[in-house]
Write a protein that binds this ligand. Structure first.
Ligand code: CA
Length: 423
């Protein structure tokens, strides 16, 4: 049987070469349809969602507990571990292959198990246990450092020695399409003597990837590179909405709090680590060499293209404001996970790790408006008569991501969020 990543594998379901969801991808999500059944687990294939619960009911997928696919999150399935993840993906690939008759020629089962994607509602795919936000792009950290501390002190002395992060809020992680209310908070512009309380005036996005942790670690125990890698179930697109003015006043000395607690949006499909394997590339050379517990023997970065566009209410179409690549990240997701557990901290099934804003070396590769508008000093022109330094009410922000194969792409779909007034 060919491996599910084999570029020559084809499905009996026609898939456009520009689609994010060919048979080489098979990302997992949680959906509900107009049939009145509760939200359950599905896999994206072309313009369809494959209903795994229906297939399990029909004894087509061999998992110990078929109920895992009736759950409203991927957490019970992820708990079964990497061998089951891999075996299930191989079985789904087989069932969808053009030369495998089992589902292809069973019209009754096809009717039940293949749901047109246009008619489904996609839900948050994971019950988020904890959310940690890293800061692992050297270009982003340098840009922000230059703006706030000057060129000579751009990177803090610890930055090149470990993946820097803070603990964020799992409670406000939302799925793509959820409207985002402008946050309120304490504001104190440098010119003001005292703070005031009110709606954020410098609302921003941050282009990130999110790691979905699928296996737990043991409290008090460190992880090896291999163990950390095998705990990663997959990746999503992540928008770490940020209130820059609230952040600027509150972040000393413990880091961001309310500035990033009001919303974090993720894409609905989790692309598995296995599906991304063909696109693995080495990261940037790390100098100085990290401490032994953070050293890698394998590449863990991904050649994954990213694109951000913004549409204001009075624009006919969205304008692209960033085009970059996940491969630029200085610290890999595996290093982040190893570091996270290194003190003895427990990692749980459903933990979400934000990569940190992904910026590249070029000016058009900046992953936040803070960098794009250089702290508000260089407005970006979106369309004739429409420019932005930060986000305004009604603005819709869309992030997309994909790996380019030979004649196909393994993509993430999109994560969208529209800003509504603070009220
Ligand atoms: Ca962030």
């Amino acid at each position: 049987m060919p491996h599910p990543n084999d570029p020559s594998v084809r499905s009996f379901i026609p898939v456009d070469p520009a689609s994010d969801f060919p048979i080489q991808n098979l990302p997992y999500g949680v959906f509900s349809a107009r049939d009145g059944l509760a939200p359950r687990v599905g896999v994206a294939i072309g313009d369809y969602v494959l209903d795994l619960w229906q297939l399990a009911q029909d004894c087509r997928i061999d998992v110990v507990e078929p109920g895992v696919f009736a759950a409203p999150s991927l957490n019970p399935f992820m708990a079964l571990g990497p061998e089951v993840w891999s075996r299930t993906r191989a079985r789904i690939s087989e069932l969808l292959r053009h030369d495998h008759p089992e589902l292809r020629d069973n019209e009754k089962l096809r009717q039940r198990a293949l749901v047109p994607m246009a008619g489904v509602k996609l839900h948050l795919p994971v019950a988020v246990a904890g959310y940690t936000d890293f800061y692992s792009s050297k270009e982003h950290a340098t840009n922000v450092g230059v703006m706030f501390r000057g060129k000579d002190n751009a990177l803090q002395p610890n930055w090149l020695h470990m993946p820097i992060a803070y603990n964020g809020r799992a409670s406000t992680v939302v799925v793509s399409g959820t409207k985002v209310r402008r946050p309120r908070g304490q504001l104190k512009p440098p010119s003001a003597e005292l703070p005031t309380f009110g709606p954020c005036k410098r609302l921003d996005f941050e282009l990130e990837m999110g790691v979905v942790v699928g296996q737990p670690s043991v409290m008090g125990e460190m992880l090896t590179e291999r163990q950390a890698e095998e705990m990663i179930f997959g990746f999503v697109l992540l928008n770490d909405w940020s209130a820059r003015d609230i952040q600027q006043w509150e972040y000393v000395p413990l880091g961001p709090f309310q500035a990033k607690a009001f919303a974090t949006s993720i894409s609905p499909w989790i692309v598995t680590r296995e599906a991304l394997q063909p696109f693995c590339v080495p990261g940037p050379v790390q100098d100085p060499v990290p401490l032994p517990y953070l050293q890698q023997t394998q590449p863990h970065n991904y050649d994954l293209q990213l694109d951000v566009s913004l549409r204001a209410v009075d624009m006919n179409e969205a304008a692209r404001i960033c085009r970059t690549n996940f491969k630029y990240m200085y610290w890999s997701s595996v290093q982040q996970l190893v570091h996270h557990a290194s003190s003895g901290c427990t990692m749980n099934i459903g933990d979400l790790l934000g990569s940190g804003t992904i910026s590249g070396p070029d000016k058009d590769q900046r992953g936040s408006l803070l960098e794009i508008s250089w702290n508000g000093s260089e407005p970006v022109e979106l369309a004739s008569g429409v420019s932005r330094t930060f986000l305004e009410d009604g603005d819709s922000l869309v992030m997309r991501g994909w790996c380019e194969g030979d004649g196909y792409r393994v993509g993430f779909g999109e994560v969208e969020g529209t800003i509504v007034a603070a009220g």
